[in-house]
Ligand binder design. Structure first.
Ligand SMILES: Nc1ncnc2c1ncn2[C@@H]1O[C@H](COP(=O)(O)OP(=O)(O)OP(=O)(O)O)[C@@H](O)[C@H]1O
Length: 298
């Protein structure tokens, strides 16, 4: 695909993920309808399908992530980060626009499936099989997963419910990345790890990027984002607000958060408006007008 650069000549890209004017609006039953659903009137209303509320989680936004990039995604609570990740992994389809990925992304979230009742050892085997490995492949990956998780043999024999949240997230990360995913989406999973694990995680993410994959990391920890990513996207109130170098974007975000948390809301709104006016919307221009082969979410 190509894009016009500042000089007007076409620049060739090798994208892993392309978000092309994608938006997301949730439709939910309003509280009013829920409360009255016990009564006859409420049931009649529900039967007629009225009383729904729309939540616009994401305004149309476009960006492209190239092979080898690791992209941090930041924004205050409810700003639309998880929604964007669900569009990228194909868990949900955008209300309008399109999302393309060259391969199906692997989502690693705080809730990704680990079985609490069985041991860490068994979780490694089950997790590898669940990701499509054969028994022999799962066996072959076992030692690498254990090494990355940093768990000792004693801990591996304990049921997962005896793990601290940090231990569980280390194991989860090690299992999820054992398949060498091409596109990895991590939603808040790394914040519970200790310093040693963070260093191993950073090295593993670097390895994945070197294999021409790309990584998305959603986090409220700006230090984690700065440590692990070369590019940061800031989503606020469903709007793509900044997209650039980690130092620049986190500086803008910090100014906004500080203003809002000190009650200087007008200043906060001004920062947001300025940043949103400054961002140059990315125009996705498919070579020959044909989108790439691969996963299409909507
Ligand atoms: N399933 C849903 N149904 C209705 N509204 C939803 C749903 N999921 C999210 N929302 C709304 O969409 C908006 C964006 O939510 P989202 O979870 O994407 O934000 P977020 O930036 O990931 O938040 P956080 O940092 O708190 O995890 C919020 O207003 C939220 O209330």
């Amino acid at each position: 695909m190509s894009e016009q650069n500042e000089t007007g000549s076409a620049q060739v890209h090798r994208p892993s993920v392309v978000v092309d004017q994608a938006s997301m609006t949730y439709r939910v039953r309003s509280a009013d309808a829920m409360h009255s659903s016990g009564g006859l009137r409420g049931r009649l209303r529900a039967a007629r399908g009225v009383r729904t509320t729309e939540v616009q989680a994401l305004q149309p936004l476009s960006f492209m992530v190239e092979r080898g990039e690791s992209v941090g995604v930041i924004g205050t609570n409810g700003s639309g980060k998880s929604t964007l990740m669900k569009l990228i992994t194909g868990q949900m389809h955008p209300t309008s626009g399109r999302v393309y990925a060259t391969t199906t992304p692997v989502m690693l979230g705080v809730n990704a499936a680990l079985v609490r009742q069985v041991s860490g050892e068994d979780n490694i085997r089950l997790g590898c099989l669940a990701m499509g490995m054969t028994t022999a492949e799962a066996e072959a990956k076992r030692d690498a997963v254990v090494a990355l998780s940093g768990l000792d043999e004693r801990a591996l024999q304990l049921p997962l419910k005896a793990y601290s949240s940090g231990m569980a997230s280390r194991l989860q990360f090690a299992i999820a990345t054992s398949v060498d995913p091409d596109i990895l989406v991590i939603d808040e999973a790394l914040n519970t790890g200790d310093a040693q694990f963070r260093e191993r995680t950073r090295r593993r993410l670097d390895e994945l990027r070197e294999q021409a994959g790309c990584v998305f990391l959603v986090s409220h920890s700006l230090s984690t984002i700065q440590e692990m990513c070369q590019r940061v996207i800031w989503i606020e109130q469903g709007v793509l607000t900044m997209d650039g170098r980690p130092e620049t974007v986190t500086r803008g975000y910090n100014l906004y958060v500080r203003a809002m948390s000190h009650g200087r809301e007008e200043e906060g709104r001004e920062i947001l408006a300025r940043k949103q006016a400054e961002i140059v919307p990315q125009r996705i221009d498919w070579a020959g007008g044909v989108p790439p082969q691969g996963t299409t979410n909507g």
